[in-house]
Design a protein around this ligand. Sequence first.
Ligand SMILES: [Zn+2]
Length: 265
Amino acid sequence: MPRQNRSRKNNGQKTNNINQRQRSNRAEIDSRSKFTVYMYESEQAQIEKWVKLRENIETGGDLFGLWIDHHTAVVQFVLGPGEKCRRTTVSFYQDIEYLREAGSYLTHQHGLCNIGQWHSHHRLSLTRPSGGDENTVWGNMPNLGLNRYIVFIATINGYGKSTKVSINPYLFEMNQRGACLPVESGIMKVLKGENSPFRSNKVIDNFMRNGGENYPDQKETVDIANQSSNKKKRPTLYTSKLEVWLKKKYEIIFTPGIAIDSIVT
Ligand SMILES: [Zn+2]
């Protein structure tokens, strides 16, 4: 067979293989359920607070919680920027030492996982991860041994009292062959009126203050359950409404290990 023909044939095979792979990746994407993130209102409010502190420059942090199925996650605690973070108007680099210490504490003492990160695109009008963000995340995932990772992009609209922060969730997922699937935008479901039991825990709160940048004063810490009422402060339950609902729907068992007596009541 002449060299030219053989090469054409090989090219044809290569193209077919690529098309097959693309079709198979596409089928995988189509079969995925919609990416959904549940989050306590206290954690949403905490991100909004940090974002509003830096209206013209990036800020960010990390997301701790768990996956309850391949495309459903619960964010139970949001970490803010560490004191040694670096930022510009178009980039944010977390304080690695702060993340390592806080992450190790939340993981080993409280059974949470680092399931993603958040950062602000402040007033850049870019509600999704930039090309640079995507390269960074895809590059880091194999080193971290992860095949799923969440990125929240926060943006700011309006001024003064009308200032509004939006949080947009995205899923980065690799299939079993290690191929990067298209980044998927997700749905955020906020549990209104609920404080994260991890946010209400004074021991955890004190740990996070050590090395955290612009940590709100104790009295300023977002307390959703008591924010809108003058009612007598109700106790924070170890099993929240979110957990009861998730248990019923997904039959998951939450990791025990939180010292119940250390929860603020
Ligand atoms: Zn970005």
